[in-house]
Design a protein around this ligand. Structure first.
Ligand SMILES: CCOC(=O)[C@@H]1C[C@@H](CC)[C@@H]2C=C[C@H]3CCN(C(=O)[C@@H]4CC[C@H]5C=C[C@]6(CCCN6C(=O)[C@H](Cc6ccccc6Cl)NC(C)=O)C(=O)N54)[C@@H]3C(=O)N12
Length: 113
């Protein structure tokens, strides 16, 4: 059995550029709304965050494993962030409702690991 989506939201996926100390859109120069899922693989009990641009090309802009013990920081009602081994991800949600939905799913995923 493959992976199933436990939530999907709209957000602009951002990466923190440590060198210049600023947020940059993941996958392109200009910020772009993406559809962001949390996928669950029941067999392995793993989760990952996958986001694709809503634009025609549906470019994958994030494909990031949810790591056990990871701290998910809800910096503002519509901007949440977390660290992976290499970089800091930020999600600028289209709505605070989407932010809350994603945070609930992420919290459940972290509790299930
Ligand atoms: C409104 C104007 O917003 C802006 O113009 C920009 C563009 C906006 C989106 C397009 C985005 C939106 C919202 C605000 C909210 C604040 N914020 C910041 O970046 C703050 C301010 C200072 C800056 C310093 C560091 C930085 C960056 C890297 C990670 N980090 C940490 O603090 C981490 C956090 C963390 C904590 C726990 C666990 C995981 C992690 Cl990741 N701590 C550690 C210990 O790792 C951070 O988040 N910082 C955003 C912002 O400015 N902007």
């Amino acid at each position: 059995m493959g992976e199933s989506s436990i939530c999907q939201v709209r957000a602009t996926v951002m990466l923190y550029d440590d060198t210049h100390r600023r947020w940059v859109p993941a996958g392109s120069e200009s910020p772009c709304i993406s559809r962001v899922h949390i996928y669950h693989s029941p067999v392995a009990n793993t989760f990952r965050v996958v986001g694709r641009k809503l634009q025609a090309d549906q470019q994958v802009v994030i494909n990031c494993a949810v790591i056990k013990g990871m701290k998910y920081n809800q910096a503002t009602p519509n901007f949440h962030q977390w660290r992976d081994p290499k970089q800091v991800w930020g999600l600028n949600f289209g709505s605070t409702e989407d932010a809350a939905l994603f945070a609930n799913s992420m919290t459940s995923a972290l509790e299930a690991l």
